[in-house]
Design a protein around this ligand. Structure first.
Ligand SMILES: Cc1ncc(COP(=O)(O)O)c(C=O)c1O
Length: 346
């Protein structure tokens, strides 16, 4: 892996080796030492650059991907962006089947990165031929030599973090890490990182962050898939309404649930207090850290690493929009929003 003061052949050389940055303010009232692994320093501005490069390079190594082939995935989020970026550099076609719920901004971003985007109706069931799952499966079967990334059910998603995020954190903390706090969506990040770290020191405590409205925490505790846990929530990339095989529940010690509202305010607090402009789930992970701190989870010498998955710029029309915050009822009053650091000169 190269260092940042060198010259790079292309952007993919910059994937991984993200910095560990001390959190000096948000958790200062708790005992312990807190550090963020800031994944927005990846060239595609999220942790998903790791899985995109790893999975595609594995497919090349195994001879599954041949020059000019097509790579398919079903996401309008960070993974779609990263796959599109890797595809450009390596000369593949990238096809993304996304839900019509995806914002126009996201679809424009993916198109800008050279992806062919299929926008599929959001209101149909998963097994409807028009759903983005079914469209991706059909395209995969029709396109000879194509590769379907399928991040929720791909073991390589875990392996990517086992091979990079885990070893990086172990080295950066000089083996001193005592706790890992990470959001769980596909579960790849937390599972692969935790597996590596626990092989080095089985006493490291691994805490997953889940959303209210997701089945993951309850499944971890009971191994029961409880549909009653499912209801809509706003944080994207965290929690799920199914059980992904890319989550290794055995390496995770416990899950903490966080609310949309507290996570949004904590994301804003990270910008204001630490100067870290990061995504909604980074706010969620820090919110979980605070809840754990309140419960007295940490001691003086603890070395806590929290993973920040992506950059704040992807949330300008959400968490970082006062209008959106108001619409969600996350500001007590219009005045609270209006009073935030803005003055109009007439
Ligand atoms: C913004 C964001 N945060 C957190 C996650 C969770 O990471 P993982 O899918 O590895 O569990 C994702 C991925 O879906 C994401 O896009």
């Amino acid at each position: 892996m190269k260092h940042r003061n060198q010259v790079f052949d292309n952007v993919l050389d910059l994937v991984g080796n993200t910095p560990l940055i001390k959190l000096n303010k948000v958790a200062s009232k708790f005992k312990g030492n807190f550090y963020a692994k800031v994944e927005s320093f990846n060239p595609g501005q999220s942790s998903k650059d790791r899985i995109a490069t790893y999975i595609i390079e594995e497919a090349e190594r195994k001879g599954i991907l041949t020059p000019g082939a097509t790579i398919i995935e079903t996401t309008s989020g960070n993974t779609g962006f990263s796959i599109a970026m890797v595809s450009i550099i390596k000369g593949y076609d990238c096809v993304l089947a996304v839900s019509s719920k995806s914002s126009a901004d996201k679809i424009d971003m993916l198109k800008t990165m050279g992806a062919k985007v299929y926008v599929c109706p959001a209101h149909v069931s998963a097994n409807d031929p028009r759903s983005y799952y079914e469209v991706a499966k059909r395209l995969h079967s029709e396109m000879k030599g194509s590769v379907y990334i399928n991040q929720y059910f791909n073991q390589l998603n875990i392996d990517a973090h086992y091979a990079s995020t885990g070893p990086e954190i172990w080295k950066q903390t000089e083996g001193k890490i005592t706790h890992l706090v990470a959001c769980s969506g596909t579960g790849g990040t937390i599972s692969g990182t935790a597996k590596y770290l626990k092989e080095q020191n089985p006493n490291i405590k691994v805490i997953g962050v889940d959303a209210f409205g997701s089945v993951i925490k309850k499944y971890h505790e009971t191994r029961e898939f409880d549909e009653k846990e499912i209801y809509p929530y706003r944080i994207e990339g965290l929690g799920k309404n199914l059980i992904p095989t890319a989550t290794d529940f055995d390496v995770i010690d416990e899950f903490v649930k966080v609310t949309d509202e507290e996570s949004a305010h904590t994301a804003r607090e990270l910008a204001r207090t630490e100067g870290l402009f990061v995504g909604y789930t980074s706010g969620a992970a820090t919110q979980a850290l605070k809840q754990l701190g309140e419960q007295g989870e940490f001691n003086e010498d603890d070395y806590v690493v929290v993973i920040f998955p992506d950059h704040g710029s992807r949330y300008m029309s959400k968490v970082y929009s006062d209008k959106w915050m108001q619409e969600q009822g996350f500001f007590d009053s219009i005045n609270e929003a209006a009073a935030q650091n803005i003055e109009y000169i007439k």
